[in-house]
Design a protein around this ligand. Structure first.
Ligand SMILES: [Fe+2]
Length: 276
């Protein structure tokens, strides 16, 4: 057996091991905030995960953020939490391209209001969406416990091309000091051979590799995004970031994100130069 095949087998074993950790199980991250990991495989092998979160609001109802594969076990867990869905206040999608599982949630909870990104409304036509997150009044709906902002310097309404997954709405839940961010920020909470091939090791936090097409095509865009992230760091008192892909940064997330922005300064300058 040659080295490439051995490396591939080890990668598959490592991937399966990661995938088996708490998939589909609500994990309490902080007061009134649960995160649930889902499987998401690239090229059918590499499991980079995806996520949803469940937030208990001050009125006792639950806000579901994003959706993953609605297995019977997950459905049972959500039914127990929410009185068979009666206490779900809303289900929202914060990433334009994380659309796959919304229809299953709508079939399971058809009376719950759904809100998405503008792309959700365009592509998932089976759901009678109540609004989209490009509207300020929708983003403010769950204040003050929940704040939602849209990154500056990047397209949210109609990101192009179709593999440009950089941008997503960022959500902050104050009581748990937790941010829910999909692809814009990626955190490796485990080592794996596959990630090592791409130079990513446990503890690394990076911006999504599609940051180049993700940012607007004018020279100031990278700095608008950078300054927006710095303002988030200043404004929001977070300690955790749950990320759609790879894993969650629990504790110390503010320092880590600050370090990530600082480390990306050469990248921001390069992307700005490229846009001149
Ligand atoms: Fe993604």
């Amino acid at each position: 057996m040659n080295r490439t095949i051995i490396a591939l087998l080890i990668a598959i074993i490592a991937t399966v091991t990661i995938a088996d950790q708490k998939i589909g199980v609500p994990v309490l991250i902080g007061p009134n905030f649960w995160n649930i990991r889902g499987n998401f495989r690239v090229m059918a092998v590499v499991n980079i995960h995806t996520q949803m979160s469940v937030i208990k609001l001050p009125n006792g109802k639950f806000l579901i953020v994003d959706t993953i594969d609605l297995t019977s076990d997950l459905k049972s867990a959500l039914d127990r939490m929410t009185n068979n869905g009666a206490n779900i206040e809303a289900i929202i999608g914060v990433h334009p391209f994380h659309t796959t599982y919304f229809k299953a949630f709508y079939d399971a909870y058809p009376t719950v209001p759904f809100y998405g990104t503008p792309r959700h409304l365009r592509v998932v036509k089976d759901i009678p969406w109540k609004g989209d997150l490009n509207q300020q009044n929708i983003r403010n709906k769950w204040n003050p416990d929940v704040e939602i902002r849209l990154p500056a310097g990047a397209e949210f309404v109609n990101p192009q091309p179709e593999d440009n997954h950089f941008n997503s709405a960022w959500l902050f839940h104050k009581p748990s000091r937790t941010m829910h961010i999909d692809d814009t920020v990626i955190y490796a909470d485990e080592d794996s051979l596959v990630l090592k091939i791409f130079g990513i090791k446990k503890g690394d936090m990076i911006f999504h590799p599609k940051i180049d097409p993700g940012l607007y095509n004018y020279p100031a865009a990278p700095f608008e995004f950078r300054d927006w992230v710095l303002k988030v760091i200043k404004d929001w008192d977070f300690d955790n970031i749950v990320c759609a892909h790879l894993g969650n940064k629990l504790g110390g997330a503010k320092l880590k994100l600050n370090q990530t922005v600082t480390a990306a300064e050469p990248l921001f300058r390069k992307l700005s130069e490229k846009r001149k």
